[in-house]
Design a binder for this molecule. Structure first.
Ligand code: SF4
Length: 375
């Protein structure tokens, strides 16, 4: 029997709120084989000083026979050299794909260990954090019904496959003791037999959500009817990444709005194609379109926005749009004014307006509630 340590590097690095599904599967698989499995709660627990520097390749790290280290985000820091440890097996989208093999089939298709994070959650609640912060750890069955996406968007990590394909029945990861289900599918509507997945979810009967959002460009009458009838939990989330898709997105929103009265959000990618006034105008134009369909924008800033002369405008846009209470009641200008005349928020607005009065005139005073309805 081995002693196995599980390191969720995103959790240790910056306190993600998402459990790592691959690590949960490894944990369940190893426990079923009779091994002792523990979530590692700090690098010190492994006997590592995070700042100490490099480890010798081949060194055995900590008191575990095997350490499984996973990370989803490339920016998550890990102790230098830890992946060269003799007993360390690592993986996840936070590493280069060629660095890490996929999980073995029998691990990938094992029901996740929904108790891997129990001690961690108890500890965090005991130190005063609110229970609902840990809903993802405690209330959801989690998994993928399909994998892959055919679109290969330049900014997306999902470029490994050319199509959407079946991964597993929802029942494979469904835990009846959990109230809800969330799915990490990359592009559920791009799956030829998408309806089978929705039929299975209907049969299971638990409220569910697709965390990666769905592809509005693939909306049809049938899909809109099925999705809007389903026990969908929370806001419906889609994406409107590029202004060039406006005609298609508007056509699909017209279909969607015939069926759905629930809150609909669309991710607005910015700072990716460029980081200048043209990009900012594209963001405002997409926001203006969504206002007319009574949809909410959610600003997703590509990291390169930080290099922009208009970094402050990107920040203002995200703060305005990503807080629906502000967005629904106030124009962009009114939102900035709330922060006070001498604030940096106002200074960003004034500097931009001075240089680009046409863009400011066209968009700064638009209001969600006053926008003409288009559906
Ligand atoms: S549609 Fe979504 S999942 Fe597919 S490549 Fe684009 S961003 Fe990634």
């Amino acid at each position: 029997m081995m002693k196995i340590g599980i390191v969720d590097a995103d959790l240790l690095g910056h306190g993600t709120r998402h459990p790592n599904i691959a690590l949960m599967k490894i944990s369940a698989y190893k426990k079923a084989a009779g091994h002792t499995v523990q979530l590692v709660k700090s690098y010190e627990e492994l006997g590592l000083d995070f700042t100490a520097g490099f480890f010798s390749p081949g060194e055995v790290i900590g008191l575990y026979d095997e350490i499984y280290l996973g990370k989803v985000f490339t920016f998550t820091p890990i102790p230098p050299g830890i992946t060269a440890g003799k007993n360390v097996i690592y993986g996840g989208t936070g590493f280069l794909p060629e660095e890490c093999p996929d999980l073995a089939y029998e691990v990938e298709h094992h029901r996740p260990d929904y108790h891997l994070y129990d001690d961690y959650v108890r500890q965090e609640i005991a130190r005063g954090l609110k229970k609902n912060r840990f809903a993802d750890y405690m209330e959801y069955s989690i998994g993928f019904a399909t994998r892959g996406c055919f679109r290969k968007c330049a900014f997306c990590v999902n470029k490994k496959y050319d199509k959407v394909f079946f991964h597993a029945p929802v029942k494979e990861f469904f835990d009846p003791s959990r109230k809800y289900i969330y799915l990490w599918d990359d592009n559920i509507l791009g799956y030829e037999k998408w309806r089978h997945v929705f039929d299975e979810l209907e049969e299971i009967g638990r409220p569910f959500q697709f965390r990666q959002g769905m592809d509005m460009r693939l909306m049809t009458e049938e899909r809109a009817a099925v999705i809007s009838r389903a026990r969908y939990r929370g806001d419906y989330i889609f994406a409107f990444d590029h202004l060039k898709d406006r005609e298609l997105i508007e056509n699909r929103l017209k279909i969607w709005k015939k069926y759905c009265t629930g809150t609909t959000k669309l991710y607005i990618l910015c700072g990716f194609e460029s980081q200048d006034a043209q990009d900012i105008e594209g963001v405002f134009e997409r926001i203006a379109i969504l206002m007319r369909y009574r949809c909410l924008p959610y600003i997703m800033r590509y990291d390169a926005y930080k290099t922009s002369e208009w970094r402050g405008i990107y920040i203002n846009l995200a703060r305005w749009c990503n807080q629906p209470n502000f967005f629904k009641k106030k124009s962009f200008r009114e939102y900035c004014e709330v922060n006070g005349g001498g604030s940096s928020t106002m200074r960003y607005l004034q500097d931009f307006e001075k240089k680009y009065p046409r863009i400011a005139r066209k968009y700064f005073d638009l209001k969600y509630e006053a926008a003409p309805i288009c559906f």
